[in-house]
Structure formats: structure tokens, C-alpha cells
Design a protein around this ligand. Structure first.
Ligand code: CAA
Length: 258
């Protein structure tokens, strides 16, 4: 079934998911979140990297849909929050690397979407923040948790309490985005990063992602045990044999992801 609020394009193992609801600056309503959920479930098996971006030239995603939320009951808000959390957790746990191409406003649920990606690159025009307290609520799709883990507790409190919008340069300074590039070069930049990943073993990248993700929330000893097990588990895979043989034979490796 076709999508109404998102677009999916696939080229050479790199899938681009565009949130495309221009009339609401790509705000995430229930229908859009469900479409993202379906798209993630239906990603082609050979997907090696996923780029997430926003349609149009103004917004990445301007947040959760305020018009849909305004009259929600507590029960409805719980369901809406659970849906957002489920979709972003699915995104975060994809085996392939995910890249947010932040092309404009990334506010509330929009910044939370970017925070659920592995790597975030911003255009010079990007503006981001968690303005929810100004609407009488708090971030509801993981912002209080994921932002804190990226920028630290005190900076996260400052951003959430003030609801202040950061420009891309300031966001880079505090480690919220990796690089800032001119707007017309953002997609090319993200595709170039994806291209670098394509050269490497997909199984190894997936396991490295897992070790970093789970290890980041564990104590050092548990994280190091996870790394040792993951390292050993890759031996015997076709990718491990091929990667090491290719090095010894002084040729480029051809990985199959097996
Ligand atoms: N939800 C619903 N509609 C939205 C929206 C949102 N989050 N953001 C923008 N829109 C709509 C506007 O209502 C407007 O619609 P109409 O043309 O029908 O009036 C249209 O998109 C264009 O927006 P503006 O006219 O406001 O555009 P602007 O250039 O003047 O301002 C903006 C752009 C600064 C991004 C401004 O739209 C804005 O502040 N948006 C809301 C940002 C926000 O508060 N996000 C957090 C939402 S709460 C949340 O996300 C909770 C959570 O964690 C789960």
C-alpha cells in the first residue's frame, strides 16, 4: 500500500525515508507515525543504511502534531506517546546505520526523531529544540532521555526548561549534531557518509552498533563483556573470512552480510 505522509526511495542499498507533510511542516500525527512504522518493517532486506529527512526546504519535522494532541485525553496521550516511543525504538534498533539529514526545523518530536538516529548532520538552516514546556507538556517521544545521554544532564535541563531553539552551529558546539553543511549539500553529504559505510562489513557494523548502544547504558565491565562476546561471534562469518583474506591478498573485500 502506498504512503500518504512519507516517501521511500532506495538506491544501491541506501534507503531514504522522507517525512513529507508540507501543510504541517512534516509534523508527526498518528497516521504518519504508523506509516513510518510500516516502512521500517518493510525495509528491503539488502538495506545497508537509512537516511531520514524532511520534505520541502523549511522543516525536518516540526514536532508531534499539535492540532491532533490539543484535545487528547490522558489515555489517548498515553497511546500516542507509546506509538512514538515504539516507532523510535524500532528505528534505533535497526541493524543498519541510520543518518538524520536535518534540513530545517527539528522541534519536539522532530529533534526526538533525529536523536533516535545513529548519526545526525544538519544544514546551516537547521534550528532545533524541545519547546514542549511552552505548550504545557514535556517531550514525549524520548527527548528527556536521549537528549540527556547525548549532551549531558545539565545542558538537557537547560534546553528542556527554556524550550530554546538552537541554530546548527551551536548544536554542533554541544555535540547535538556531527557536522553542519550548506543546505544544498546536505543530502550529498549524508549519501557520502552512507557510501563510506557501504565499503565495510554489514554484519560487523550491525554488531558494533549493538555493542555501542547496549554498552552505553551498561557499566564498563558489562559493556566490555558484551564487546568480547560480540567480537568472537563474528568469527566464522563469511564477512570475517572475506575481510581478513582480502587484506592479506591486498585486494578490496566483497562483503555479503553473512
Ligand atoms: N503540529 C501541527 N501543525 C504544525 C506544527 C506542529 N508541530 N508545526 C507547524 N505546524 C503547522 C502550522 O500550524 C501552520 O499551519 P497553517 O498553515 O494551517 O496555519 C503550518 O504548519 C506552518 O507553520 P507556521 O505558520 O507556524 O510556520 P512558521 O514559519 O511561522 O514557524 C515553526 C515555523 C517555528 C516551526 C512553527 O510552526 C512552530 O513553532 N511549530 C511548532 C513547533 C513545536 O512546538 N513542536 C513541538 C510539538 S510538541 C511535541 O513534539 C511533543 C512530543 O515530544 C511528542
Amino acid at each position: 500500500m502506498a504512503f500518504e505522509n512519507i516517501r521511500i526511495e532506495s538506491e544501491g542499498g541506501v534507503v531514504t525515508l522522507t517525512i513529507d507533510r508540507p501543510k504541517a511542516l512534516n509534523a508527526l500525527n498518528t497516521a504518519t507515525l504508523r506509516e513510518v512504522e510500516r516502512a521500517l518493517a518493510e525495509l528491503p532486506a539488502d538495506t545497508r543504511a537509512l537516511i531520514v529527512t524532511g520534505g520541502g526546504d523549511k522543516a525536518f519535522v516540526a514536532g508531534a502534531d499539535i492540532a491532533e494532541m490539543v484535545a487528547m485525553s490522558g489515555t489517548q496521550a498515553r497511546e500516542f506517546g507509546a506509538l512514538g516511543h515504539r516507532v523510535f525504538a524500532t528505528l534505533e534498533s535497526l541493524a543498519c546505520p541510520t543518518i538524520a539529514a536535518m534540513n530545517g526545523f527539528a522541534l519536539g518530536g522532530g529533534l526526538e526523531l533525529a536523536l533516535a538516529c545513529d548519526l545526525v548532520y544538519a544544514s546551516e538552516k537547521a534550528k532545533m529544540g524541545l519547546p514542549e514546556v511552552g505548550l504545557g507538556v514535556i517531550p514525549g517521544f524520548g527527548g528527556t532521555q536521549r537528549l540527556t545521554r547525548v549532551v549531558g544532564k545539565m545542558r538537557a535541563k537547560e534546553l528542556v526548561f527554556t524550550g530554546e531553539r538552537l541554530d546548527a552551529a551551536k548544536a554542533k558546539e554541544i555535540g547535538l549534531v556531527l557536522d553542519v553543511v550548506p543546505a544544498d549539500q546536505l543530502m550529498a553529504h549524508c549519501k557520502a557518509v552512507a557510501g563510506k559505510l557501504l565499503k565495510n562489513g554489514p554484519l560487523a557494523i550491525a554488531q558494533a552498533k549493538r555493542a555501542i548502544e547496549y554498552g552505553a547504558d551498561a557499566d564498563l565491565r558489562a559493556g566490555n563483556v558484551l564487546e568480547q562476546q560480540t567480537f568472537a561471534a563474528l568469527f566464522g562469518s563469511e564477512d570475517q573470512r572475506e575481510g581478513m583474506k582480502a587484506f592479506l591478498e591486498k585486494r578490496a573485500a566483497t562483503f555479503t552480510g553473512r
